[in-house]
Ligand binder design. Structure first.
Ligand code: ATP
Ligand code: MG
Length: 718
């Protein structure tokens, strides 16, 4: 390291340093996880500022999340000694887009105080437009069209630019017309949607070269993190702006492209070299984040993908004290949560901070089990990048139904769902019920019960309200006679709530349905609806504080770019991870994106990495035997240890025979249920490990040291 180099350069390796010091001209840093790409960007900004090459306001820096933007700002401050006076153009593509649009709204037909519509607003608006065209909005759902528009905007396509086939695909060929009507309507409302935050600036730059020139002069340096997940519109936007100074530096990792389902185009990496001739391409190969075991595991897993640009990664020589990657098996998800909780408590006792630990799940419904467990244990946790399980919209709705059934006087709960799903109870009708209840000091449900017998309400809302009242009265009468989980399911079905999400075509709907199933499942652990609701009230009360030392729970998608000392990856089972939807799609691309997601998960860990799979998941109250994730088979023997205690137990069959044979046999732990839960978990773990994962192929079995064959029956230990 050069003597006298400023501190932000001194610690960098030669390739990183090249990436930082090559400030002029296009630079592409293509490198694996944990190689310091984000650090390069931060140092690069510090370098530019320190050399006085640009003011903070002349640097355009794009991060993937707002949180990442805040962190980057902080770190730059540290590197240059706190002298950074803001960085107004450091943010996500969307936040930068808003800023541009507010300045030039009039150029795209808006006023500068335009509003940004959320998804609900957008769907409502589209529905109006579909109806105004005299189309049947049941046959041509607004949600579906909203998705189509979003897809077009991700590609930067306006109404006149969409392919003819696309235009024909909706509403008997009226796709283009509707899209045009939608854009016009937005203009009238002085509003735009998320896609417009990118598309409007693109259109503006093309139509007003003078304005574009202004920004060419302004942005001396342009930087983009997580470049592999940019979509076409973002790329077009970037290319327009970067044609000015051409001092553009993008960093990314094709193996971490995990937003293909949202329109991200990993090909943008290849386009970069074409569109920016003479680009310096820098590869970083040294990983600073993870131990050799973790890195070896992640690299081996991702090598199973075919569509890769390919790269090598190395880290410091393995330290004999480093733990191998641990693969654990549990009987079911409850045990998984219990065992992870135990593991965390042990680490805490050894002096580890909760902040340094993360649980990364594939699907958000998996969080419930952990949250419940942590509340029971009194372990602090935070859910990053989303609401906690019981705070999710669909869960709150469902709970509101249950509360009204269990506690008839719960007006807040009733108000929440009285018109969800939509049943024609407008504000006026609800107000009438409200006023009637106030005047007589009775609950809204009682008020509604009275009101439907009078002439006070208009016929339509009255019959809607009658149905609501009759439903709730019926459910209430069943509270003693019907098992509470069954009743809960009935409530969601008979109220039309489940159907509402089944009919919903948005990207979130399947996840919401999964969450509802998980909610019902979670109730099984309680005696009654009431005791369950009490439990939920306690969970909701648990503090969620940024400054608290707390375990991090989040989805794999929101873990991008982050790192933790210890990482838990639960639920590595076929159908959950890789997710069923990617398997249903067939083809390679969905599965490869899942594998990249696994790679992202593995590479978040610095020191300790624990992967879990369970033998059984209860779905809809039914036991379903599961098949261990194929990704487990793609982990390298040398770096992985299957954690097991307990004695040997004869193994059996590979993947095909697994489910059946597991249950054909008498439960080997039939008699062990008197042992404490944790011991039982250990036993189950050893059992499941040996029987499921370890036996799926000869080589793998060998690898983890249980000499079973892959005969389908299992020859026991070799
Ligand atoms: P990802 O692909 O996951 O986003 P990344 O390539 O952006 O990873 P960083 O987050 O920048 O990697 O760096 C990973 C870790 O390695 C960080 O803790 C960072 O501080 C550290 N690191 C990076 N470069 C160096 C270096 N030259 N010396 C010491 N530590 C480094
Ligand atoms: Mg990064």
């Amino acid at each position: 390291q050069a003597r006298g180099a400023p501190p932000y350069l001194a610690g960098l390796n030669p390739e990183q340093r090249l990436a930082v010091e090559t400030t002029e001209g296009p630079v592409l840093v293509l490198a694996g996880a944990g190689t310091g790409k984000t650090r390069v960007l931060t140092s690069r900004i510090a370098h530019i500022l320190s050399l006085g090459k640009a003011w903070p306001s002349q640097i355009l820096a794009v991060t993937f999340t707002n949180k990442a933007a805040r962190e980057m700002k902080e770190r730059i401050g540290v590197l240059v000694g706190g002298a950074v006076e803001g960085m107004p153009w450091l943010g996500t593509f969307h936040s930068i887009g808003v800023k541009l649009l507010r300045r030039h709204a009039e150029l795209v037909g808006l006023k500068s105080d335009f509003t940004i519509l959320d998804t609900d607003d957008v769907v409502r608006l589209i529905k109006q437009i579909i109806q105004a065209e005299g189309l049947d909005d049941k046959r041509w759902p607004a949600k579906q069209f909203a998705l189509m528009i979003d897809g077009w905007k991700n590609k930067g396509l306006g109404p006149s630019e969409i392919p003819e086939g696309d235009a024909r695909a909706f509403a008997n060929g009226k796709g283009r017309e509707l899209y045009t009507a939608y854009q016009n309507r937005l203009k009238t409302l002085n509003a735009c949607d998320f896609g417009d935050l990118l598309c409007h600036p693109i259109r503006m730059f093309r139509a007003y070269p003078d304005v574009l020139k202004e920004y060419h002069a302004k942005f001396r340096y342009i930087l983009v993190d997580e470049y592999q997940d940019t979509n076409t519109a973002q790329y077009m936007w970037l290319r327009l702006i970067a044609q000015g100074s051409k001092n553009v530096c993008c960093v990314g990792d094709d193996d971490q492209s995990i937003y293909g389902w949202r329109g991200a185009e990993v090909d943008n990496i290849l386009r970069f070299e074409k569109d920016f001739p003479g680009a310096v391409v820098i590869r970083l190969e040294r990983n600073y984040r993870s131990t050799a075991h973790i890195l070896g595991t992640a690299s081996f897993l991702i090598s199973h993908n075919e569509g890769r640009l390919g790269k090598t990664l190395f880290t410091d020589a393995a330290n004999p004290e480093d733990a191998k990657v641990n693969v654990h098996a549990a009987w079911d998800s409850e045990e998984e949560a219990r065992a992870v909780g135990e593991e965390i408590e042990q680490a805490q006792r050894r002096g580890h901070n909760l902040n340094d630990m993360a649980i990364l799940v594939r699907a958000s419904f998996q969080m419930r089990e952990f949250e419940d467990r942590f509340v029971t244990l009194g372990l602090n946790y935070r859910v990053v990048g989303g609401p906690r399980f019981y705070e999710r919209l669909e869960i709150r709705d469902a709970l509101a139904y249950f509360r009204v059934v269990a506690q008839g006087a719960d007006d807040l709960a009733l108000e929440r769902i009285i018109n969800t799903p939509k049943r024609g109870l407008g504000e006026a009708a609800i107000r009438q019920v409200h006023d009637y209840a106030r005047a007589r000091d009775i609950s809204m449900l009682d008020a509604a019960t009275d009101l439907i017998e009078t002439e006070e309400l208009k016929p339509k809302p009255r019959s809607a309200l009658r149905e609501v009242v009759e439903n709730f009265r019926r459910w209430q009468s069943q509270i003693e006679s019907t098992p509470h989980t069954e009743l809960a399911e009935k409530i969601l079905d008979e109220s039309g709530y489940t159907a509402m999400w089944q009919a919903d075509r948005s990207a979130e709907a399947p996840g919401r349905l999964e969450n509802l199933k998980e909610l019902i499942r979670s109730m099984e652990e309680y005696e009654s609806l009431r005791s369950f609701l009490e439990h939920v009230a306690l969970v909701m009360d648990a503090e969620q504080n940024e400054n608290l030392d707390a375990v991090n729970i989040m989805t794999l998608h929101s873990a991008k770019g982050l790192e933790f000392e210890t990482v838990f990856l639960p639920g590595w089972e076929e159908g959950l991870f890789p997710h069923q939807r990617s398997l249903d799609e067939g083809g390679r691309s969905g599965l490869e994106e899942e594998r990249r997601l696994a790679y992202v998960g593995l590479t978040r860990a610095k020191k300790n990495l624990h992967i879990w799979f369970v033998s059984n998941r209860r779905i809809h109250g039914l036991w379903q035997s599961t098949i261990p994730s194929r990704f487990l088979e793609e982990l390298p023997e040398a770096h992985v240890e299957v954690v097991s205690t307990g004695d040997s137990y004869g193994g059996y069959g590979g993947r095909g025979g697994y489910g059946q044979s597991r249950f054909d046999r008498a439960d080997p732990f039939e008699n062990s249920y008197s042992t404490p839960g944790w011991q039982r978990a250990q036993q189950h773990r050893s059992d499941a490990t040996r029987n499921n994962w370890g036996s799926r192929s000869g080589a793998r079995v060998e690898r983890i040291g249980y000499g079973e064959t892959d005969s389908g029956h299992g020859a026991g230990r070799g």
